[in-house]
Design a binder for this molecule. Sequence first.
Ligand code: ASP
Ligand code: MG
Length: 462
Amino acid sequence: MRFQKVMKFGGGCLRDADGFKRAAEIIRKEPIPPVVVVSAVSGVTDALESGLTRAVKNEAGITRTIRALRMQHENLAVHLLPSREIRTHVLEQIDLRLNRLERLLQGAALTGEASPFTRAHVLSYGERWAAVLLAGLLKEKGADARALESEHIGLAADDSPDAATADIPAFRRAVKKNALGLESGRFIPVITGFYGVASKRRIASFGRNGSDYSAAVIAVALHVPLLEIWKDVDGFMTADPKRVPGAKPIARLSFSEAAELSYFGAKVLHPRTLEPVARQNGTIQIRHLFRPDRPGTEISAKGGTTETVLKSVTHNNRIAVLRVCGAGVGCKPGIIGIIGRSLADRGVNIISVITAQTMINVLVAETDARLALKTLRAVRGGVITRVESETGLSLVAAVGEGLSSRKGLAARVFTAVAEGGVNVEMISSGASGVATYFLVRKEDALPAVRALHAEFFERAAK
Ligand code: ASP
Ligand code: MG
């Protein structure tokens, strides 16, 4: 039998005994055993991170770190697992991992340092406990479930300790080779998200919130067509509901639309989740654990066209614009290359570039603005005469497949913004065909977003 579905449960779902119970109920309703992927219990990865930072400085805090993590997970086991046998086994498994973690922390305290691989290893414990607990609970409910760690299944990663990429072909070979019967579909594997195994058996993490990506990799490696991401939100929304009261859930998105929104900062889905699933033409569904009757958001190659074309409007306040000025910057070969390379050398990420003949505008995160300015001022000379940094701006994004090809749509976007009393400082449109980005003064961002939302999503409803 083949798996039909990977179900991933985030930390926001697994925040307490009730969350675990709901997750188990949803899994038990599946007619065909699914593959389950978990993140750490809410807050645990942060606790591991600060526990390690403290341990590097001083051995004294280790006992406290371990005690708190023990309490949290043992409490869950006691609440969730009434049968003696299962509970004893789960408590043993938790304890085993606490002991290993303690040794790692002591090593860090002894040497006064922690390599990035050690850090990734320490941070991976949250997922290990969560997998053991959820598998235990599923057994309690009569299912044949097994907790599996990334090491067991051979989930291979490259050698970037805190932003690794999975090696799917190597992972597939490992699944074939190890005799776990993972592909048999006869039991429910409950797999740790968030990390894989790099060379020399070192642990590499896929980055914070990387369990979504783990789940995608597992779905693709096992040829499972559907990935369900269970969260404590409805899915993608037409706008941030905290700021735009009329915001509604989005039923369907294409991969490109979801990518624009995720990379732009929507916290719904880790942006790297999309690429592997898109490549195998799979489907992702975002579902609300505490409102399972709602449809959530479906992401697939076919997406979903709506009459308005626009799917979502959002903004980012934490950006700065570096204006690189000079009479011929638009015609001198290599300028963008020089800008890009010098910023990359200092670890500054470029969010976007908007150019004219006399000016190149480089958008970076506000936190990078000073370093970027210093760096670019140092490369001044040649045709670059001046570099300035401008803060106090906000980048607004309007996302929807067909935005740049549908006649009259850009006009409608900017008319709505103008009628909202907002001046647009700079526009980047059509770069991907899926999104229009524009800059406004920070104080104008929300009025612009609200004006757009009203025009495209609230007019018909009124
Ligand atoms: N537990 C990890 C984190 O908090 C991974 C995840 O939640 O996806 O970053
Ligand atoms: Mg998390």
